[in-house]
Design a protein around this ligand. Sequence first.
Ligand SMILES: Nc1ncnc2c1ncn2[C@@H]1O[C@H](COP(=O)(O)OP(=O)(O)OP(=O)(O)O)[C@@H](O)[C@H]1O
Length: 484
Amino acid sequence: MDEHRLARKMARMPRPPATPDDPGPPSLAASTEPRMAKGEVLAVPRLELCVEREAGKPASRVMVLDGDFIRIGSHQSNDLVLADRAVSRFHCILERVKSTFRLTDVGSLNGTTIAGVRVRDADAILPECRIELGESVVRIRDADAVAETELARAVSFGALQGVSVPMRRLFPVLDRVAKSAPDVLIEGENGTGKEVIATELVQRGARADKPLVIVDCGAISPSLIESELFGHVRGSFTGATRDRAGAFEEADGGTVFLDEIGELPLEMQPKLLRALASREVRRLGESRVRKVDIRVIAATNRRLEREVNSGRFREDLYYRLSVLTVRVPPLRERKEDIGLLVHCFLNELGAVDKVHLFPPEVIEDMKRYDWPGNVRELRNYVERRVVLGEGAAMGAAAPPERSAAPQGAAPQGAAPEEPAANIEMPFKEAKDAIIDQFERRYLAALLEWSNGNVSRAARKAGLDRMYLHRLLQRHGLRRAAALD
Ligand SMILES: Nc1ncnc2c1ncn2[C@@H]1O[C@H](COP(=O)(O)OP(=O)(O)OP(=O)(O)O)[C@@H](O)[C@H]1O
């Protein structure tokens, strides 16, 4: 399989069956609801931001904002714009998490401080807190007024399960996005369900029976990405033995899902921007321009604001992509979903009879853990527990289980057995066999650690992501990496 195939999947999506919503309690059967039922209304306190100093001068500007995700910076596109040269274009993000806030500095030049302490990521910030950025000071508090937001009654949005408030707030948003069919950016940590969301958006939209082409921008070497997206003509580069349509052309009439958009090489970004704006593509090595009719869904696990600040992502492309952004909360902020997800995975695994392995006290233990690998890690754990029973351990730090690890993994901590030297084999073959064995074990353990996430694994191992993909493929471990 060449790199193109490796990184690109194409699917024709069947329309979901027309069944009514399932507003009932979590059940073993995942509900399918092609249309959202009108849900409850949730009152959320509005957020009041008081600018007490701006660019070093006293100020008394008050802004009352709806929404739980507020961007602060000097660029006009922020929710709170500070006219302060010491404030970065995208300086920090304030997110409501239940009754507190999280503050994230997105790589600002001069930093963000709270009570004199410089913060990068600060959780559990309480109302009345004063944030200092540049030569400005902003105080946050819950306003008296509340905003009303729709809360779905259904506990799933197709394959996306969730009983928690953040997820049931997300479902109506997704429903509207699916129907209105604009380009959309999905932001969320690894394993939070971005690809599931993209698939659901397609299935529920007008392009459901048209092609969906998935491009993993992080899995394609920079030299091939242009041809991958826009195609090439024969002879346009070494190895281009025939004309080939790119993802945009293949998806004509349908959708392109650009996964890991934050990994797109900088030099490719203006070309993507042009294609997004004009809906035209030009194959590599050809002057002819082709019109394409596509919807683009992009996803990222990076804070693109941080990438823009650091110069790794173009500001104009960021604006183009982020016109409509959907944010998926990490699992640690919606642990109420764990019980439902466990049932859903048992159901998918055909292991409903193993529900006794997840009694309430185990679910409570699971809620105490933070799930850095999010739903993917949870799913892997459910699978392990089904196979190993009560001995399965949660978390990457816990001793991994031999049978749960992908084939070839050595138990962590155990001294690897010295392989016997096989002098019946020529030296080179014997050496290659041992290296092969080592690679398999190393990669399998690495995948186990990263919960199948290739980007994380590549970073941990200090390997180029594309090279790691090839290694995994060579060792038949690609499925373990791509399965979830
Ligand atoms: N809310 C959910 N309900 C049911 N399954 C989920 C949910 N979220 C994620 N999953 C499952 O978790 C796994 C990871 O999901 P997915 O690949 O969509 O995550 P992702 O955010 O795209 O990850 P990455 O950024 O690493 O590519 C999949 O097996 C998916 O089916």
